[in-house]
Design a protein around this ligand. Structure first.
Ligand code: FES
Length: 199
């Protein structure tokens, strides 16, 4: 079961379907906010110390360190919201593994992120069913309305856009999730109103 969950969040490989590859390529081409400084990335030195203590306390409750690196990273992301280098270093130190090993896990699974998400994270399904029903056009509409690319956060920190693999609701394609809320059969025309739900 755990393997299935981990496989779901695995980052795409060259064997993945065309839709995922296309969006991944677009994301890599357009995700420039870190270079331009336009997106909301907090000063890492300001990460609250009590959050590190919270994480250390959690890791101390693990029965063993062996085989629990993913669990520790899940907790770290739940606490900090994302996994910048400093947090990865902290996890590596606490778990007694190398930073390279931690980075390898973080970069392997799409669930983990090294940049902060928006207050309302927009997740667009790019699985095959959603893609053939226009998920790429829905993604373009979100990008246009919010003025950010996939993997970026709006300047006010409210929204971020990410693309996922099939979320298991193909009958509702294209599917968009914003936080816990699910939108079905989304069309580009609906995007403006969907965003307005969170304004
Ligand atoms: S492809 Fe989008 S829910 Fe299955």
């Amino acid at each position: 079961m755990l393997k299935k969950i981990l496989d779901f969040f695995r980052k795409p490989t060259p064997n993945d379907d065309l839709a995922n590859q296309k969006e991944r390529k677009n994301s890599m081409q357009t995700s420039t906010c870190q270079m331009t400084g336009d997106c909301r990335i907090p000063d890492r030195a300001t990460l609250p110390k009590d959050l590190y203590k919270q994480l250390a306390d959690f890791i101390a409750t693990l029965p063993t360190k062996e085989g629990h690196l993913v669990t520790a990273l899940h907790k770290a992301q739940a606490i900090f919201g994302y996994l910048p280098r400093e947090v990865q270093e902290f996890v590596a130190d606490q778990m007694g593994v190398s930073l390279a090993k931690v980075y390898g896990v973080v970069s392997f699974y799409t669930f983990f992120t090294m940049v902060p998400k928006g207050k309302f994270p927009i997740s667009i399904c790019m699985g095959t069913a959603c893609f053939v029903k226009g998920a790429d056009k829905v993604t373009d509409a979100f990008k246009q309305q919010l003025g950010v690319a996939v993997s970026e956060v709006t300047k006010d920190g409210k929204f971020s856009i990410d693309c996922l693999r099939c979320v298991g609701a193909c009958a509702l394609a294209p599917v968009v999730m914003i936080g816990e809320k699910v939108y079905a059969n989304v069309t580009p025309d609906q995007v403006k109103n969907i965003i307005a739900d969170f304004q």
